[in-house]
Design a binder for this molecule. Sequence first.
Ligand code: HEC
Length: 504
Amino acid sequence: MRKVLTGLLIIVLLLAAVPVALLVSGTIDSSSLRMILNVMTGLGGPAATAGKVQQRLQLPEGFSLQLYAADLPRARFLRFTPAGDLLVSRPHSGDILLLRRDADGDGHPDAVETLLAGLKRPMGMDFLGDWLYVAESNRIGRVRFDSASGALAGDYEPVVEGLGDDGNHWSKTLRVGPDGLLYLAQGSTCNVCEEADERRATMMRFAPDGSGGEIIATGLRNSVGFDWAPWSGDLYATDNGRDLLGDDFPPCELNRIAVGNFYGWPYYNGANIPDPDMGPDPLAAQRQPTAPAHGFRPHNAPLGISFIDGAGWPQDYRRSALVALHGSWNRSTPDGYKVVSLHWGEDGIEERDFLSGFNREGDISGRPVDVAQGPDGAIYISDDYAGAIYRVSRGEDVVAWEPAVAVTASRLDRQPPAWLAAADLEAMAERGADLYGYYGCRSCHEEGQNPVSLAGLSQRLGYEAVIEVLRAPQSPMPVFPLSEAEQRELAVFLLTRTPDQPGP
Ligand code: HEC
């Protein structure tokens, strides 16, 4: 990995010579320089390279982002070994990779090795003592694992066989519960149907030797991720709502799993709304559906979930989890494609963006799959579209791995843009105010039922971020035909107004 990075660094430095000369001669500004560098180094083309993805991403203030590992096509689930190496499952390649912990501190795994290969679509993984358990699509297996050396210490042996993996949703997620039992989630074969195999669309539980398998919860269409809340021990599972009922129904779900409960599929969607295709539940006399603890936006496809040890994080992460939203495939406008944080509070569960920016008006650069907190307290996120693992940490301890990728921890400017020094701010703000009125920005930002307030904007966004919003706004904010000069004027107007002045 080192060698490749050094090579890349040399190429970048060589390529940088021309644009740097332009920069020095004053014909190009620094943000354009970065873009040119990205294009020249292949980081900014239409392909979803990890570098390009990373450059577009946003985090809440006070967090920083690193590209921890790239070139891991179709990386799915994550699990840290007791010694802090990171396992990555890749169902489509039939393997599990071991990413050696970053002992040399360069911000990347010290090595990437294949730990297990030739498995049938392995996805879920967890540890119990010195056993590593793996959920393949058709069985659960285990192998002794020596954490200290990060190597297998025995032969792989199946403990549960004969699981169904036909149809859709064949992947299986496995975790070892706080009770030392194996928990297994398996999805449905179909979008909506009665399952022939009663184990599909359920959560099951087994003894560590694979015996005593029992279904503990039913009606779970595809609960790809689950985890236990450390403050209560409650088990929460994500669930993907059904397709083909339009863009805005049904919500995807977070369910609090209790033994014996029925979570509705295929007869109910969301908060127990009867399914239009299935008719009444034939078992309605025996079971009542349990409503979700939280609804995600329809088709957002929540996958991995991980409760966070928020030590050193802002207070409102004390009772929180991070959830990877893989993103919609069947909405007219793509939605999801981010990691959100869920915050448990007096009034229920609040959802906020955590790592976003993979979806720019339908231009998709990544799809988050799983979230794991490392022994270093940092958050690791897998992306099976960009083939990457991202690392999110508190503060500014970013290790720059190559100079072309500027990582924005917050959306405030790292340094003031070059054009600001010579700008006549007074005149620009006035022209910006005119543009603000001319394009009717007020109609969404100050008027109407739920205006998107721009108050205090300068605490949230810097010039670069405001200009980026104007260049590529999130729907429903339209793209306005603004020149670069006009974008700057609007940015100056928005960021220099003090609260007692009229306007935003
Ligand atoms: C049709 C409604 C609409 C109009 C018109 C509109 N916006 Fe927006 N704007 C939005 C919405 C909605 C958002 C939030 C988008 C999101 O979720 O990120 C937004 C976000 C923004 C943001 C980022 C705010 C933040 O805190 O991140 C800025 C800056 C902004 N708009 C400026 C403008 C300016 C300047 C104009 C006029 C040139 C304008 N908007 C016109 C709907 C609109």
